[in-house]
Design a protein around this ligand. Structure first.
Ligand SMILES: NC(=O)c1ccc[n+]([C@@H]2O[C@H](COP(=O)([O-])OP(=O)(O)OC[C@H]3O[C@@H](n4cnc5c(N)ncnc54)[C@H](OP(=O)(O)O)[C@@H]3O)[C@@H](O)[C@H]2O)c1
Length: 350
């Protein structure tokens, strides 16, 4: 338990300490899994144990929804660099902000060799399925080539790469897919993310691929997640149509960030991990929980079916993931949706 606390007090270095991310997590301490409580912490950081410094982390896509939360959390334990492209950098927090276009190989190489991070969390991507469908070349240049540039440059400087992928790689019907199940991407977005997974697994030694499910939390920047849009509408009394037949395993974004940071610390882990919440819910069921926790009127939610809707891209009906491997190997169980929404609602100083 000394971890970073010990270092901050002038005590031990990282020698002989466990990862601080999940161990010293006071907000979460009452909610950690039984596995975590009973097995105790056995995590070890191999690479950083002998170093008496904060290891250096680079977050690509720091100006995005997930990257923004990561860039707030990471500096507690990491010397943190975060990238932005079209969005402005966020001044005033402890991460150092740098511009980066991952589709530019030379820029990626120069940036990585200048910063020399020990770990890179690659969260830069075009994530809007409609934009990817309309601009497949751009989606490919950023999601596939951009990831290749990052993976190549990471290999050259010996940095570990943590790649953020998506549950959307499962485009065909099916429930609670595990890591061994074969993906079937059905959209340009999913296809580019899956291609990038394969590049990462072939290029980046010690890589982690985190296939993340639909994530919810308040954003720390101008990015807006699905849940914030629902809350905005409900707060204004605007009726909201939600699908009763589109299933996900929603995961609290602050949990996702804790997990990604734990992966960053744990160089004894590698490979593919599903990162989802414990419940399989339709968007409508999720909306009902939002109403319950935030105190909005459920009558504002209008049940709708995917069969009645027209999209210019394929919407997978069920991208629910089985995340048992994550719970088993990380000893961390993401919150269920009501716990996550309750934590989201809790005012906090960021
Ligand atoms: N949020 C979710 O529910 C969810 C679910 C599954 C998987 N994921 C994965 O998690 C990662 C982060 O998602 P997110 O929701 O945070 O996405 P997001 O809010 O759309 O943010 C995307 C980020 O990528 C950056 N970016 C776009 N093009 C770039 C380029 N050419 N070079 C460098 N940076 C570029 C954006 O920078 P600017 O804004 O500055 O241009 C932004 O910081 C993605 O890999 C996504 O596939 C997210």
């Amino acid at each position: 338990m000394l971890g970073v606390l010990g270092t901050a007090l002038g005590g031990t270095s990282f020698t002989e300490v466990d990862s601080p991310i999940l161990v010293n997590n006071s907000v979460h301490s009452t909610l950690v899994s039984k596995a975590n409580q009973t097995k105790g912490s056995v995590r070890k950081s191999l690479k950083f144990r002998k170093n008496n410094h904060k290891p250096r982390l680079l977050i690509t896509g720091g100006s995005g929804f997930m990257g923004g939360i990561l860039a707030l959390e990471a500096p507690k334990h990491w010397d943190t660099y975060a990238t932005h492209r079209s969005s402005p950098p966020r001044y005033g927090d402890s991460a150092q902000w740098i511009p980066l276009d991952v589709s530019n190989r030379e820029m990626v190489e120069k940036t990585l060799s200048l910063i020399e991070p020990e770990v890179i969390i690659h969260a830069a991507a075009v994530t809007d399925s409609r934009i990817c469908e309309r601009n497949p070349d751009t989606a490919w240049a950023i999601n596939v080539n951009g990831t290749e540039h990052v993976a190549d440059a990471a290999k050259k400087i010996g940095a570990r790469l943590i790649y953020t992928s998506t549950d959307m790689v499962f485009g065909r019907p099916g429930e609670f897919r595990a890591e061994k199940d074969p993906p079937a991407p059905m959209t340009t977005y999913a296809d580019t993310k899956y291609r990038a997974e394969r590049i990462v697994s072939s290029l980046a030694p010690g890589f982690i691929i985190a296939r993340i499910c639909l994530s919810y939390c308040y954003s720390s920047n101008s990015a807006r997640c699905f849940t914030e849009k629902i809350i905005d509408d409900l707060a204004k009394g605007v009726p909201t149509r939600l699908f009763v037949d589109e299933y996900r395993t929603p995961v609290y974004a602050r949990d996702v960030c804790r997990i990604l940071l734990e992966f960053a610390w744990r160089d004894d882990l590698s490979g593919l991990f599903h990162v989802g919440g414990p419940e399989r819910l339709s968007r409508y069921e999720f909306g009902l929980k939002v109403c319950r926790i935030f105190g909005y009127c459920e009558d504002l939610l209008i049940p709708a079916s995917l069969d009645e809707a027209v999209f210019e891209y394929h919407r997978p009906r069920d991208c629910s993931l089985n995340s048992e491997k994550l719970v088993r190997e990380l000893h961390f169980e993401p919150l269920d949706v009501e716990q996550g929404l309750a934590d989201m609602k809790t005012p906090r100083k960021c």
